[in-house]
Design a protein around this ligand. Structure first.
Ligand SMILES: *[C@@H]1O[C@H](CO)[C@@H](O)[C@H](O)[C@H]1NC(C)=O
Ligand SMILES: *[C@@H]1O[C@H](CO)[C@@H](O)[C@H](O)[C@H]1NC(C)=O
Length: 227
């Protein structure tokens, strides 16, 4: 276990005045349980994706079938309809076949997946919003205690040791937002600036809007007297 991991866990337990070794291991065991939860969630997401892909594949088959028949008819409409078999097939397509397609368009899988999730939420350990702010606070305190540079932390560098974990723009944004929630505008500005820099670098694949980052950044700078 790395020193900062222990620090994080200790800070997570910051409500306790003194943390013993036993408590530290309890906290780590708790964190390990979260990873177990994640395994189940990933499996559920994959089951969901797989089921949806199957459903879409079936819908594509319907679509292609309809298109092929329709193209045949469009070549010469009167000739096509003069054939009593075709006339029957047009009617069948627009009644039975479309009804079947519509059944596949209804997304039953979403409900099934949500039911599964509801069940897991009862059985598995999930962190709360308080846990999230606790973990963010722990990281920020660590940053202060060891006077760590924001960009270095975001790059996964702690006290000269390079870890493989890097923070995305969205991660930095969350650290900034958590600081903002506790009216810690100093850290808000630091982390929103980092979020902005990372947002520029990432371009694709980021799920935080630039205007949102800028809004927090401007407000926190303003609150610190910078205009
Ligand atoms: C829901 O859970 C069942 C049982 O684990 C599984 O077979 C099914 O694929 C899950 N459905 C979805 C959509 O995740
Ligand atoms: C963004 O795109 C680049 C290449 O265009 C790719 O290497 C990188 O992995 C992508 N990032 C994400 C988060 O998808």
């Amino acid at each position: 276990m790395r020193w900062w991991q222990s620090c994080l866990v200790v800070y997570l337990l910051s409500s306790l005045s003194s943390v013993t070794h036993g408590e530290l291991y309890t906290a780590l065991a708790d964190m390990e349980e979260l990873l177990t939860t994640e395994v189940v969630l990933i499996r559920t997401l994959d089951q969901y994706i797989e089921a949806q892909e199957e459903r879409l594949k079936t819908l594509k088959k319907f679509s292609n079938g309809f298109k092929m028949e329709h193209a045949e008819a469009a070549k010469d409409v009167s000739e096509y309809l003069a054939n009593p078999i075709n006339a029957f097939l047009v009617v069948k397509r627009l009644t039975l076949d479309w009804k079947q397609a519509e059944n596949y368009m209804i997304d039953h899988i979403y409900k099934e997946a949500m039911d599964n999730m509801t069940r897991y939420k009862q059985d598995l350990k999930f962190p709360t919003d308080e846990d999230l702010s606790g973990a963010a606070t722990a990281l920020l305190r660590l940053q202060d205690t060891y006077k760590l540079d924001t960009s270095s932390v975001a790059r996964g560098e702690l006290n000269g040791i390079q870890y493989t974990t890097q923070l995305t723009a969205s991660d930095c944004f969350e650290l900034g937002r958590q600081s903002y929630n506790t009216q810690d505008f100093y850290h808000t500005a630091l982390w929103m600036s980092e979020a902005l820099a990372r947002h520029e670098m990432e371009r694709n694949g980021t799920n935080t809007a630039k205007w949102e980052i800028l809004e927090y950044l401007a407000y926190s700078k303003f609150m610190q007297g910078e205009l």
